[in-house]
Design a protein around this ligand. Structure first.
Ligand code: C2O
Ligand code: CU
Ligand code: CU
Length: 444
């Protein structure tokens, strides 16, 4: 932490004098105001597995107030185990995962396992269940059924607590994957003086990688590199300039490996890249109000990788499912400013849609507003059937899907996890301002 703190002091005045964003006259995107570290950036440290037996992992996490540095800007915030990002929690597919949370915050909190199909009582969504009170502990337990890059964060006062620093990666490994060098990068937008951390207009204030200012470097000693990315920003879109070799998304390895010309990570999204040589991941300004934004591309991080051949990823090559042509649940997204609605309703005054357990259902999400919305469903993953009527070229499984302005997406859901699941926009200010509902999956 010490080198970062030195950096903090050097950089603070520049940050505090930055002009606040004025929604009436959007400021051009400015280059990052903080200085990246010279030492290579490593993956966040992993939590220690307290249960070394095969088939299970056990972790203890403490949420506590703490001061940390976001790209050199000091944040008087919250942290898991004193670090932001919180320690990476690891499991192997099929493991029973036990995590005991001790809450030493002045506020209630929870842990939500974003993208993981956990039993409803373990989901950390507090709308019908109590949060973990200050001073209390709670033990989460579930089976890690799918390999992939997930993340954990509170689901109580979510916008504020995530912003203050409560987030970390949850990696479920598949032991049959090629054993290549791994790098885990947690992206967030830089804290600003008026929003505690990574507040609105993230692209304008710059990005952090594992809390270091953008523009730094990382290295792996053998190629290729498997890079896992998660965008934990409350409302910033991380748009990475391609071509990038994308091997995975929200729910682990993709059905096909694609060279993407542009990889857009909406808030909550994950991706996995395979790097075959040294690569600078470059951000291009991207706005929640509709794609490309004003400004110049900026380096996010340079990853030094020895030149290498691709690994033999066991991608399925599966084709997308056929759209059955019927719609079971429709969500229309509307709103502007501080009012965001689903089907004309504002959380918590919402109509609960219901599906029978075991159903295969089509959800259609229509974005009628002038902002993008990353649609996220708890407890399940869904298949993308089409975006504006166009089916993907291979099977695409997600749990968070950006729905651009005026877009309509159709999703296939296998409703196999009973519970009353939250469905919401993962731009956390939008969720906070109403864009949240509940989808109940009910046993017959
Ligand atoms: Cu990241 Cu309701 O979730
Ligand atoms: Cu979630
Ligand atoms: Cu939204």
């Amino acid at each position: 932490m010490m080198p970062l703190l030195a950096l903090v002091i050097a950089c603070r005045p520049a940050v505090e004098s930055a002009a606040p964003a004025d929604p009436a006259s959007p400021a051009p995107t400015t280059p990052p105001v903080t200085t990246p570290p010279e030492a290579p950036i490593g993956s966040p440290s992993s939590a220690e597995d307290l249960d070394p037996a095969d088939g299970s992992v056990s972790y203890a996490l403490t949420a506590a107030p703490g001061t940390w540095a976001s790209g050199g800007v000091l944040v008087d915030g919250y942290a898991y185990d004193g670090q932001v990002p919180g320690p990476t929690l690891r499991a192997r597919v099929g493991d029973t995962v036990t995590v005991t949370l001790t809450n030493t915050l002045p506020d209630p909190t929870t842990i939500h396992w974003h993208g993981v199909s956990v039993p409803w009582a373990m989901d950390g969504a507090t709308w019908m269940d109590d949060p973990v009170a200050p001073g209390a502990t709670f033990t989460y337990t579930f089976v890690a059924e799918r390999a992939g890059t997930f993340w954990y964060h509170p689901h109580f006062d979510t916008e504020r607590q995530v912003d203050l620093g409560l987030y970390g990666m949850f990696v479920v490994e598949d032991p049959t994957d090629p054993p290549v060098a791994a790098l885990e990068l947690v992206l967030d937008t830089v804290a600003s003086a008026d929003a505690p951390a990574g507040g609105h207009g993230g692209a304008a204030s710059g990005w952090t990688v594992n809390s270091a200012a953008q523009g730094g470097r990382a290295e792996v000693t053998t190629g290729p590199a498997r890079v896992r990315l998660v965008n934990t920003s409350n409302d910033g879109y991380a748009a990475l300039v391609g071509p990038l070799r994308v091997i995975g998304a929200d729910q682990g390895l993709a059905a096909a490996i694609v060279e993407e010309p542009l990889l857009v990570l909406a808030p909550g999204d994950r991706a996995e890249l395979e790097l075959l040589a040294t690569t600078t991941l470059t951000l291009t300004p991207y706005s929640v109000d509709g794609g490309a934004a004003w400004g110049e591309p900026t380096p996010l991080i340079t990853v030094e990788v020895p030149s290498s051949e691709p690994a033999a990823w066991a991608v399925s090559g599966a084709a997308p499912s056929l759209d059955p042509g019927l719609t079971d649940v429709t969500y229309t997204l509307q709103g502007s400013g501080d009012v965001w609605l689903i089907n004309g309703e504002i959380w918590p005054d919402v109509t609960i849609e219901r599906l029978p357990l075991g159903a295969s259902a089509v959800i259609e999400v229509r974005n009628l507003s002038a902002a993008n919305h990353p649609f996220h469903l708890h407890g399940h993953a869904f298949e993308v059937l089409s975006v504006d009527g166009v089916a993907p070229t291979s099977r695409r499984i997600e749990d968070t899907l950006d729905v651009a302005i005026r877009q309509t997406v159709r999703l296939l859901l296998v409703a196999d996890n009973p519970g009353e699941w939250m469905a919401h926009c993962h731009i956390l200010p939008h969720a906070h301002d109403g864009m949240m509902t509940v989808l109940a999956i009910e046993e017959g």
